[in-house]
Design a protein around this ligand. Sequence first.
Ligand SMILES: *Cc1c(COP(=O)(O)O)cnc(C)c1O
Length: 803
Amino acid sequence: MFSDKKSFQEAFLKKLEMTYGKSFKESTVQDHYHTLGNMVREYISSDWISTNEIHRSSHTKQVYYLSIEFLLGRLLGQNLLNLGIREVVKEGLSDLNISLENIEEIEVDAGLGNGGLGRLAACFLDSLASLNLPGHGYGIRYKHGLFDQKIVNGFQIELPEQWLRHGNSWEVRKLDQAIEVNFWGEVEMVQEDGKFSFRHVKGEPVSAVPYDIPVIGYKTDTVNTLRLWNAEPSSFPVHKDVMEYKRQTEAVSEFLYPDDTHEDGKILRLKQQYFLVSASLQSIIRAHRNTYQTLTNFHEKVAIHINDTHPVLAIPELMRILLDEEKMEWEDAWYITSNTISYTNHTTLSEALEKWPIDLFQPLLPRVYMIIEEINERFCKELWESYPGDWQRIENMAILAHGLVKMAHLAIVGSYKVNGVAKIHTDILKEREMKDFYQFYPAKFNNKTNGITHRRWLLKANPQLSSLITEVIGDQWIKQPHSLIKLQEYVKDPSFLQGLKTVKQQRKKLLADIIQEQTGIKIDSNSIFDVQVKRLHAYKRQLLNVLHIMYLYNRLKEDPNFQIVPRTFIFGAKASPGYYYAKKVIKLINSVADVVNHDPQTSPFLKVVFLENYRVSLAEYIFPAADVSEQISTASKEASGTGNMKFMMNGALTLGTMDGANVEISEAVGKDNVFIFGLKAEEVLSYQQNGGYRAYDYYHHDKRIRQVLERLTNGFLPDTYDLFEPIYDSLLMQNDEYYVLRDFDSYVTAQQKVNEAYRNENKWLQMSATNIAHSGFFSSDRTIEEYASDIWGIHSTKNLLNQ
Ligand SMILES: *Cc1c(COP(=O)(O)O)cnc(C)c1O
């Protein structure tokens, strides 16, 4: 049905009529979207079935990627691209006077994630399928994804997100494969054949119903699966309030928690975690049993990866199934479990490390808790043998201590591999945050620098740049992103650079139009587009960016000789609804924008834009249009960052600290092709350890800082009264925990260098081209290949598929 445009048209019109009982004339864009979505899903169904069949029959090892978040964004456009049918569809629709772009635009993002961690999981799925690897995702089908953000009077307002309102063409509900997950209840001890064993009984069941979404590889026959679990009432209990039971069960998959950097100690969150883990493990084990009739080879045929600690209960849950249901001995069960699970750490921020009060944990998951106790006891005994008498060390490393379950400790003890997400991050884990564990288990620790799928963030998001690249070096880069390095030969080629300039100009105009439509602000598309888009968090230091804008504004007002290349500062960021400080920073950005954009004296040079509701689909318009990529976190705090890679791949130059993957970006392109500033991680860590930082000194000795900070609270920003006092206090009274004032001067200097560099257009284009040429390393294809060979031990099934 997609072989040529005529047969596509026929199939499309027929399907439209059959599905909606409407004539083509009466149909809406929404109808067209769902019709097309259903056609694509039917088109891939035989490949989907045969991928599963081949994985089963070939007895090949599988990986299951467990993640509490999958930030997928829109699926239609990417699926058409990966299937290689987007052009046929586009032309076929065009003859019917329908624009494919319009159809793609009405798809609501699947926003089942907060930020980088969830987007990473989505990029990994694309790479797994495109590399023909047997790898599947397991997550939760939240009814409401991350909230929709509105900006009203400069303040963030949150609205519930409703991605399922118009239905979801991509998912297939599989009620026959539903699984029961039990909460509460008690543990019963039973004696069988003279052996004691345990059972979780009298639990409150929740039914986990799988919704499968196909994950379509780029021009391959592989269609993997993302399985999302929906929580529903199981058989209704007679003795309970039925409505209350229904409400409570459905609540489990109702909302995504809108925070990725603070631990959230709510019981519903813990329920979600166990729900994901228990349903996924039971389902994986059921499939394994069907194929092998035994679990003794489980770890040889299955790898389970946990994306951060949220799914760490996979460890005691697998133990529970092997012990209580499979009746294995502890040692055998532990051998299998601790050779099946691997774990990625995403943060060193202590406020983000998950810890659950035992008081809360134990009643909800009594048998799982009991198993954690046993794991802890055996682990502490091992520690005692290695470090006799070193009580302090054992206390620090224990899984259960001070009334808390320490999820990261459980993850390290129960996994065969533990990885960080960028070189510097892994080094910090080994040398500091997890030093004791690294000493005890040196072979477990390894690095896997994050990546992004270049097929979404370049091929799909930036077709103009993609065509240019393909014209110059051919299209091999789409399957083999490291071949982007061939562009290195052209970084001084005038016609390539001219092409690059034209493409960037085109994309900046497009974003300028979107900005005008959404905010009413008219921006100069010849100005430097200086962009900071990411979750709003103190450590990401959007505040440093705003303070610099306030400084630039002051200079422009006071010094008639001060000249800059016109600059547009663009922000996009959601703040967690309960994160008071982050919401203040959003308001501050908008207040500064109000002043700056309305001042006729400065507005030719300076514009500030806050784009509301930052999300994947909006990001796809932002990265291609950026000149400058703001990656200005306090060194040591950003584990990797992936936004930095999307910018680089689209030819933006990084202005950043030596943090996360910025370090590797700067190594890849060389110091002349990035703007690095600020404290190094060691310096930050040394301040933290030894003290010696006094924010007041920077306030007193730097007039620029004094003036900017005074303007936070002196009425300069209209109608804000004492709104920004908490920000002022965080910088001075609380001694500036994120070293904003310490890095201010260095940031200003780096910004001046950006300004000067941009004046030399040819040089700038060369730098931009160099960044694109070296971005192949940051494709998630490279990342996934490393995981596949170093951690999971899985192999491409390409040869099997072609048979
Ligand atoms: C890539 C991405 C992120 C992560 O951005 P960082 O700059 O790495 O924090 C967050 N949200 C969306 C929508 C993204 O696409």
